[in-house]
Each structure stands twice: as structure tokens, then as C-alpha cells.
Ligand binder design. Sequence first.
Ligand code: GCU
Length: 648
Amino acid sequence: MKKESSPLWLEYKPLNTAFAGRAAIRCPSRVDRQGAAVTELITALKIMLPAAELTFGADSASLIFEADIADFLDPEEYMISADERGASVIGGSESGLLYGIFAYLREIRLAGSFVRMNRRVRPALELRMLDHWDNADGSVERGYSGESFFFEDGKLVVNERTEMYARLLASCGINSAVINNVNVRGEAVRLICEENIPQLARLSALLHRWGIALYLSIDFSAPVSVGGMRTADPLDPAVGYWWSNKARELWKAAPDLGGFLVKADSEGQPGPYAYGRDHADGANMLARAVKPYGGRIIWRAFVYNCTQDWRDTRTDRACAGFRTFAPLDGHFDANVILQVKNGPMDFQVREPVHPLFGAMKHTALAAEFQLAQEYTGQQLHVCCLLPMLREILLWNTCTDIQPGRVIDRICAAAAVSNTGDSFCWTGSELAGANLYGFGRLTFEPQLTAEDIIDEWITLTFGRDEKVREVLSEILLSSHKAYEDYTAPLGLGWLCKPATHYGPDPWGYEFDRWGTYNRADRDGVGIDRAKTGFTAMYNEPLRELYSDPEKCPDELLLFFCRVRYDHLLHSGKTVIQHIYDSHFEGCERAEEFARLWDSLEGRLPAEVFDNGRRRFKEQVRCAREWRDVINAFFHRLSGFSDEQGRKLY
Ligand code: GCU
């Protein structure tokens, strides 16, 4: 059944002008009048200027909008000069023009009227990508926003929602999308098979019109699982030949396809190890198959031993990605991009930045983030990830190559999507800020989280000052609040196993996933100088992280093992910090619920009610976190709370 969907931040409204004259769109013949850029401009102007007479190229018009393409700009770059009488928007290609049109429309919507502006912008990263973990049966792995809108009963769906999706992505600058789960299972294995190719071609063409390249997660063992071969050995010429033919077939039908995403030798997914080959062998074989069509292989670095013995204190999961991939630096073909999760573990609320960003000097890199709030409240809790994303992108890897921030070392950023078929796309309206913000930030990382949130609120909810104040206060402090009532000082994995929702500090302690806190009566945390992990960072980071006296408080228990009465830079002991942050974080969650309630009548009723239900659950769950974690550490350490609060 087709479900309705919200236009989110793309709901155009009439501007504050009673303009009733002629408004003209002028574009030379090299601009496609049927293309997405001009279409969007017309759609928007018709709504924004309801009384205007809209024409093409008329000389006597009093408002003129020029759209052009110029070779001196990069393909995705745009230039805008505008005033009260209209605008000239120039892109380096149809995509650049589209971004320029969206940027111009955004500015006049934010101002409520025609604005004077001069701007030239080029996206900071070449690929700004959304990774959907959608399964062919319509379910979504770690999906908290309903079912997939790409798949229904094993079939690929292309409909009006797909079009709306493409507009939303393009409007915030996202230019590529992987539509299926990295764990390729069930019918999804056959996505690249003949019967699905016509529909893939339709989807690819639709997305391409909005500047978005379609990518597919593939099964590394496809030559066996769907090709009827006996091996998927990447060095077997017959396997390479099979993939070359497959690529030819796919690109012939869908010439704008972007490429493949591969999760190999990870958590049960097949990969080159089965044949005694390494990850460069696997990735390069595929890279050669897609190269003639300009295709890319996005190869994930999320490779670790998921059958670890908890008694083994020497093996450290945090080291795994680096140990696997650092020795392969320089071995990958030019059209391979190594996709590295933002931290060495798995999207915890706080992790250090992955050391591979400062180590891979001859490999194209993508940073992988997760907008789906798997470990950050599953869209039932508000947790705005933009300040964290920005901090990571601008973090200095201290490599000897300059400039050495993460954003300078990568060519792509990917985010596990938080979307589904719910009316508001992201289950919770507030989670829409993460989707919008990911696109905006990876296009223009110089924007602050505050800037982005402000524009998102105005574009989504209009210009009510109280709404703007309350929502930006909640969003901007939400990540800290979540961190405070859940995982103190960089200690992850205190959540319930499998679901990853709610507290269970013993839950991952005796498990096989390499996810331990090692808390006992004397202390807590892992000495990661001892496991070899801190040595994977460049100096001075290595020294900083290895020394409990120097290590930043927020990462202390990730890197070091300390006693409960260890003094933090903040002046508090570790144990008192744990108690205080849990009480404070929980109070913040209660405050969020009260703040939200103060917006009653100012937001559409369904939005308000949906939010109220979610804040109620957030408060319940935050109290549970507070009491379970405080009781856990109180019982283990024997320290009481300086303020005499109840610790259970
Ligand atoms: C996490 C998540 C899995 C996912 C995996 C991945 O471990 O829980 O559902 O498959 O990450 O990123 O591949």
C-alpha cells in the first residue's frame, strides 16, 4: 500500500510580497527546460508568487530569473547573484545549476522575500552519500521509521515517493544513494539479476535527473549465489570475467549507475578471505569490472573478529580495522573508495575518530556515519548528531600531509539513512534535522550546526520565533544529554545486546562481539596503550590518548583504565562524574519534554502529538538508564554519591 509522505523542508509557501506582474525565466538552449533545475524553479515560483504571470524569456518582465550553465565552474559548483528584481543562477552542469536553484530558493524562503546575494559555492566532498539498509522484503535493518520505500515483497518500487525522495536529497546536496542493506540477503542477492534490471534502470534515471547516482550493495559471492559458478575467488580470471559481463549488462541499461558498495568478510558476509586473498584483491577485481563505465567500488573497512572470547584481554576490536587496512595503503585501484566508520567500534554516542583517517595516505577514503540512531535512542530519543559530525569532519588527524583534517583526507561521506515509509520519513520529525544536516554539512562544512539547525527549523516549521528558540535549544543540547544519561567518558556498549536500546551494562560483557567495559570493584575502562590501539594515532595524539593524566575526559574510559577516584580535568572523580552526568542528563530529558509541551498549538497537531509520545518514552528510558548505570557502578565501586542521591 502506498503511503502518503511529507514534503518536509520543501513545502513552498507564498512569499511576503503581493507581486502580480510578469515574472520571466530565461535560460539558453544548453539548459534543459525539462530538467530538474528549471522544473523546481517553476514549481517553487508558482507557489511563492501565486499572482504572478510566469513566462519564458519575456523582455517586459519585472522579475527575471536567469538559469545558465558555464564551463568555468566545476560540474557541481554554482554561482548566484540576486537582488529584488530577480536572480542569475549559474551552474557548472545541470547538477550545479540544480544546487544553485535550491540554494537561491532556500535563501528567499528563509528571508520571506527576494534577497540581495552574491555567492559562489563548490561542494567540499565529491560524494555525499546516503546508505540505506533496506532489505528486499521491505524491512529495514536498524530502521526506526517504518518499512522500506524502495522495496515491497522482493520488488523494487519506483513511484511519486521516490521522486519526492530525490528532490529532498538534491535540495540538501546529497548526490549518491545506496538503496539496499550492506548485509545482502534473501531476494536482494538477485538485485543485479536480469529480472530486476529494467526497474533498476528506471530508478537510476529518475535519481540521475536530480543529480543522484544510484549505488547497489552487492554480494561478494554473487558469481556463486546467482551466477552458478563454483568459486568467487577474486584472482580467478573466470570470476573477473563474470563481473565484467555483469557490469556491462547493468551499465548498458543504467548508464548513470554509480557503482557497488561491499561489506566483505564482516559479520558473516562473504569476502576474499575464503579464497586466501586480501581486501585489495577483492576490491580491485570489482573495480576493474566497473572501470570502463566510470563506476566505483565503495569497500567497507568494518572488518573485525565477531567471535571473540571475552576472556581474551589482548585482542582489541578497536585495532581490527587498522590492522587489516593500513598495510594495504597504496594497493587499491583509483576507483576504489575505502569507507571507514567514524570511530573504531560501531557508532557509539562517543568514540575517538578512527585512526585510519590519519594513516591512509594513498587510498581514497569515505567517512561513514550513522543517521539511523541505532545506539543513540532509535529516533524515540531526540539526538541531533550534527555537532558531532562537524567535530569529526574538522578533527585534525595530525598526519604529516597538510591540511590534515578528516574533511581534507576524504573524498566522500556516507551516512546510514534514518528514513522509512513513515509520513515524516524519519519516524520522529526532529530526526529530519539529521538527514537535512548531513547533506548541508558535507556540502559546506564551514556551516555551523547552529546555522544548519536554524535554517532547517524555519524551512520545516516556518518563522515562529518561539518554535525556533525551543527546537534549537533541544536539538543543540540533545547529543550531550543522551551521552550524559547513557555512556560516561567514552565507555560504550552499556546497552541491551541485539536491540541496542535501553541499559544493560553486563549485556555485552561476556559476549563474542569484542565489546567490553571491564568494570570491576577497583576501576573501569580499557588500557588501549597496552592493546596497541593508541599507537595507531599520529603524535601528539598517541601520547595524549595513552596517558590518563592527559587524555580528554570524554574519551578517558575508551583509552585508559583508571580507578573510580581518578581525578578528571573537570576536577571531579570518575565515579562522581558518572553519578552527576546521569542525574543531569536525565533532568535534561525531562526538560526537553517540558519545552516540547510549551509548543502546543504552535505545531501541527500530529507533529506535536508524535513528539509528545516520543519525549514521554525518552524520559522513561532516560530514568531507566540513570538508575541502572548508577546502581551498577555504585554496587561495583562501593562509592556513595557526594550529594546523597538515591543510587539503588
Ligand atoms: C552494526 C549493526 C549491524 C550492521 C553493522 C554494519 O553492527 O548493528 O546491524 O550490519 O553495524 O555496519 O555492517
